[in-house]
Design a protein around this ligand. Sequence first.
Ligand code: NAI
Length: 339
Amino acid sequence: MAQHKITLLPGDGIGPEVTASVVAIIECAGVNVEWEKYLVGAEAISRFGDPLPQDVLDSILRNKVALKGPVTTPIGTGFASINVRLRKALDLYANLRPVKSFSSIKTRYENIDLIVVRENTESLYAGLEHEVVPGVVESLKIITAKASTRIAKFAFDYARTHGRKRVTAAHKANIMKLSDGLFLKCFRDVSKEYPEIQADDKIVDNLCMQLVMNPNQFDVLLLENLYGDIVSDLTAGLVGGLGVVGGANIGLNGAVFEAVHGSAPDIAGQNKANPLALLQSAVMMLQHIGEMKAAQKVSEAIVKLLASGPEHRTRDIGGTGTTSDFTSSMCALLRKSPS
Ligand code: NAI
């Protein structure tokens, strides 16, 4: 059986608990992985003087794939977000978040099946800020034709290879005529190369309203960085919240698969954390490394587990179980499933 080398960044808060669970489940699915484990965040500062040591980047560049738990980012002061630094350093320009309903998790809408593609490297989210004079700060929104074109291509390529019918771009080009206007122009230019896929656009505030009123009308959504950050959480809320959706940051240098929730310091170390979101990211990772059968097995086991008794899932999704209960129930289901 082929062995995969994957960089593992457990992160902090609930990160180590959910990554340990997912590592165990991947093993139960019969996938042979040699994990290269690294510290990042506050603990890496105290040990190595850098929240994102070069060794970590080298490992991801070597292995091309990483699984990452959440990392606490200090607010207002302190080190810059590890996620933002990772995305910039490795040029992980595309953030991909599939948002799909589970029939056993009751939400306002059924059968949601959306793909959110977010540009990951620029716009206001890049954190280019400075103090002009005391009491006045400036935050720069950079939009380039190069980044806008490649993310549009990513969205249309994804749509083409996954049999999706429509890509909708979101923007505020009515107000930010130059920056969002450029993003929209690049989207429209790229769309011409994909005549079989319907391309349209919505002003982002209208998109938000339509998403909460009639989400099933959408297929693939394409957004610049900050809008993508906000709208991808909104869409996660449509199917049960941040505890159930996975995400990936993808570029030509590698791909980092991570849960979209944070480090949840309020429940860290209490065996309460839900590993499902990271597991969903791990399913995407298994597909990415060509372990299609294992990915399928894990996906099917997740559906079965969620439809079974509350003792197998955690409290945030209506269960009564612990993190360890989730892990052992998933492993039991995987051992039973045909190989
Ligand atoms: P959060 O997502 O950590 O927590 C929000 C709420 O959701 C909390 O009540 C938490 O207990 C719950 N929750 C989150 N994940 C859960 C899980 N897997 N199972 C059960 N409950 C879960 O968001 P918050 O509190 O805004 O951020 C905490 C820290 O995480 C901050 O330092 C933030 O910067 C960082 N963060 C890191 C991210 C990453 O590394 N990818 C992403 C988002 C936030």
